[in-house]
Unconditional design. Structure first.
Length: 89
């Protein structure tokens, strides 16, 4: 897969701020973050997990399509490829 242009490394979330552990520089900030809101906490965690989720999807696609035969997983592979494209294109 082509080189991806996002900030590498582990992303951390704290009080609605998302940043790479390596630099601590803010990548994203959830406005009006309410630390008591489970939904906002979950959204921040999902954003922080984005690099790991993307890598897992790419690894899955490369492993499953390495032989060129998709078989019964083809519908899942199509959905994952669409999600990857949404994230990187």
């Amino acid at each position: 897969m082509k080189d991806l242009k996002y900030t590498s490394g582990e992303w951390i979330t704290n009080e609605g701020q998302i940043y790479p552990q390596e630099t601590g520089k803010t990548l994203a900030l959830i406005p009006y973050f309410d630390k008591d809101s489970e939904e906002m906490q979950s959204n921040a965690k999902l954003i922080a997990a984005a690099p790991d989720l993307l890598k897992a999807c790419i690894d899955f696609i490369e492993e499953e399509t390495g032989n060129g035969l998709y078989g019964p997983k083809f519908p899942l592979i199509v959905k994952i490829k669409e999600a990857i494209n949404k994230a990187v294109i």
